[in-house]
Design a protein around this ligand. Structure first.
Ligand SMILES: Nc1nc2c(ncn2[C@@H]2O[C@H](COP(=O)(O)OP(=O)(O)OP(=O)(O)O)[C@@H](O)[C@H]2O)c(=O)[nH]1
Length: 306
């Protein structure tokens, strides 16, 4: 008997809520809001400064012309005052304002980076992941209106026996391993996919536009990348580690769009089942068959090993 043909998964496009998504984040609290508004005014500040400098220049030239017309060969105090006072004042104030706005802009960027990234791995953090996933789900709901099929998958990856790494080699090595794992998984990403550190030794992966079969294929690729020996050179001497992860996958389609909480719960429960079933595997949260034959939002209790 012939086995079914493998699914043909299109390469994920970068058209969805990708890196731009982070740039479109709303202000995180009043402080960020104030600085963001200030940065938005940067264009107005620049234009005002340019106008002020131009008008100062025009006034200097006009004064010079008037004095020449009045037959003053020597430029008097009035001219030098008109040249000497407004122009440096305007440029000084303008430079100071620009400096202030640039400092606020930098503070805003730093706050944003801290608010949205995990300091250990440099990956987006849980907050950034949730925001992007909400965007992707909103896009999916939008697609439903135009009867487009826009699947979406997300997975939770939990490293296996990570406590043993810490216990055997120390917390610093554990930190280095988490950083390396983040880099390794990140290097595997395609298109719109987003990897985040979910917390502890757990990572989250968003695969917009991937149905369950394509997402499972991608996860197998990630799992095999993770299984390659990981070489570190800590102070105690070179180290080679082999790692694996238990992965829970939850998918939703446009006609059965699920809420983010439901998806996360389903992925988490499927990941827990992967742990219980022996680790180093992907478990899929399968949607229960609805009475009408339609799939509903994913639920974890029934899961399938890939
Ligand atoms: N080095 C380091 N360790 C961390 C960090 N966050 C969590 N951990 C450790 O990750 C380990 C997780 O342990 P467990 O929850 O028992 O999980 P596990 O040992 O991976 O076992 P299973 O998940 O059941 O396979 C604990 O030892 C935590 O201290 C971190 O940022 N750095």
């Amino acid at each position: 008997m012939r086995s079914p043909a493998p699914p043909v998964c299109p390469a994920p496009s970068a058209s969805g809520p990708s890196a731009e998504g982070l740039a479109r984040l709303p202000a995180l609290g009043p402080a960020l809001g104030a600085t963001a508004a200030c940065v938005r005014r940067l264009g107005v500040v620049r234009a005002t400064l340019a106008l002020a400098a131009l008008s100062s220049l025009v006034s200097v030239v006009l004064t010079w012309v008037v004095l020449r017309l009045q037959g003053h060969e020597q430029m008097g105090t009035a001219f030098w005052l008109s040249l000497g006072v407004p122009l440096p004042l305007c440029l000084g104030l303008g430079g100071w304002t620009l400096h202030l706005v640039a400092a606020l802009d930098q503070a805003h960027q730093t706050l944003r980076r801290l608010a949205l990234h995990d300091p250990l791995t440099g990956l987006p953090n849980r907050r950034a992941f949730i925001h992007r996933t909400e965007q992707a789900l909103a896009q999916q709901r939008q697609a439903t209106l135009t009867h487009e099929d826009l699947p979406l998958s997300l997975a939770l990856l939990d490293l296996d026996h990570f406590k043993a790494v810490n216990d055997r080699h120390g917390h610093a090595v554990g930190d280095a391993v988490l950083h390396e794992v983040g880099q390794r998984l990140q290097a595997q990403l395609q298109g719109d996919e987003l990897l985040a550190r979910w917390g502890g030794e757990e990572f989250a992966l968003l695969m917009p536009q991937a149905d369950v079969r394509c997402a499972a294929q991608r996860l197998d690729q990630l799992r095999s990348a993770l299984s390659q020996p990981l070489r570190l050179t800590p102070a105690g001497g070179p180290l080679e580690l082999r790692l694996s992860a238990s992965i829970g996958l939850a998918s939703t389609s446009a006609d059965a769009a699920a809420a983010l909480d439901a998806l996360l719960q389903a992925a988490d429960a499927a990941m827990y089942q992967a742990k219980q079933a022996g680790r180093d595997m992907v478990r899929v949260a399968t949607p229960p068959a609805a009475p009408g034959g339609d799939g509903g939002p994913p639920q974890a209790p029934q899961s399938a090993k890939l």
